[in-house]
Write a protein that binds this ligand. Sequence first.
Ligand code: IPM
Ligand code: MG
Length: 354
Amino acid sequence: MKTAIIEGDGIGKEVIPEAVTILDYFNETYDWGIEKIYVDVGLGKWERTGAAITDEDIALLKSCDSILFGAITTVNDPSYKSVLLRIRKELDLYANVRPILPISGIYKLLNIRDQKEADVNMIIVRENTEGLYSGIEEIGDEKSTTTRVITQKASARIASFACGLAFGRKNSLTVVHKSNVLKSDKLFLDTCRQTAESKGVAVSDKLADIFAYDLIMAPQKYDVVVTTNLFGDILSDLGAVLLGSIGLAPSANIGDKQAFFEPVHGSAPDIAGQGVANPIAAILSLKMMFDWMGKKREACLVSRAVAAAVHDEVVTPDLGGKYSTKEVGNFILSKVRQLDAASFCLEDPEDLPV
Ligand code: IPM
Ligand code: MG
C-alpha cells in the first residue's frame, strides 16, 4: 500500500505533519506496511522550476493507493493551472465527499446556542469532473463564456456513489439542482432520480438557492445530498459554518481505484509560518482515509481524540484557544495512543465526527 503525502504550500506544510505523525503511529504499531511517498507540487515548485506539477508527478500519484494533501496556493497568472483540478481530473476522482458533522462539544466551546449538534449530520457529495469546471471556456474582451457540461454517465456515477453512502445511513438522498433555470440540470436531476429509484433509495430534490437557506436554518432535514460541481463547492463551504470553523472541515475525493484526502481550507498565506493553523481538518481528513481503507477502529480512535481536544479546550486561536498547531497535534496523538492502549473503539466503532 502506497500513500502519497503532498504538504503543498502555506499552512499545508504545518497541518499535514500533524496528520502524518498519527498515520506513522498506526503504521508502525500495527505493521500496516504503508509506504509513504512525499511528492512536492504547488506554488513553491512553480517558483523554483516553472512547473507546479509535472507529468512525472502525475504518474507517481497514479501509482499510489491514497493521497494525503494539504493545500496549494493558486496565483493569478495565465500560465499557472490549478494543481488540484489537474489531479482530480487525471486520476478521475469523481466523488468529492464533504461531511457536515460537528465535532462533539464544539458548539459548547464556541458558545453556539441557536443550533444543536444533534441536528447536523449530513454528507454533501459533489460531482467532481464536469459541470462548470469543464474547462471549456472562450475568453474575450467583450464576451467570455464557460460551458457547463452535464452528462448522463457522470450524473449516474455520482448518484450511484451517493446511494452507496445512503445505504449505510437513512437510505435517503436529496438532489440539489437549479433545473428551473438551467436546463442542463434537468438531465442531472432526472438521472439522479432514476438511479436512486432503481437502487431503492428514497429520493427528493431541492433547488440550490432554497437549499442554501435550509442548510443553515433546518439542517436536520438532510442526510445524503448530491449536487453538481460548483453548487457543491459553494454549499460545502457554507455547510462548514455548521462545523464551527472552516479549519474543522475535512474532505475526500474518491475514484474507483484511488482516493485523495484534503482539508477543505486553503493554504492561508496570511497566517502561514506562525504555527497557529488548526490541524484538525487535516487530521479528520486522515480519519476519512482510514474509513476508506476499512480501518474503522483507527478512524473511530482519531474522532475520539479530536473530540477530546475540543472537550479539554486544547485548540488553536481560530477556536478561541491559545495552543499552537504542534501542541494541538501532539495532544491529539497522545490521546490516540492512550485510547488505543485502553482498547477504545474495539466493538462497533461508531462513526463519530468524520
Ligand atoms: C475546493 C476548492 C477548489 C475548487 C479550488 C482550490 C480549485 O475551492 O476544493 O473546494 O474549486 O474545487
Ligand atoms: Mg471550494
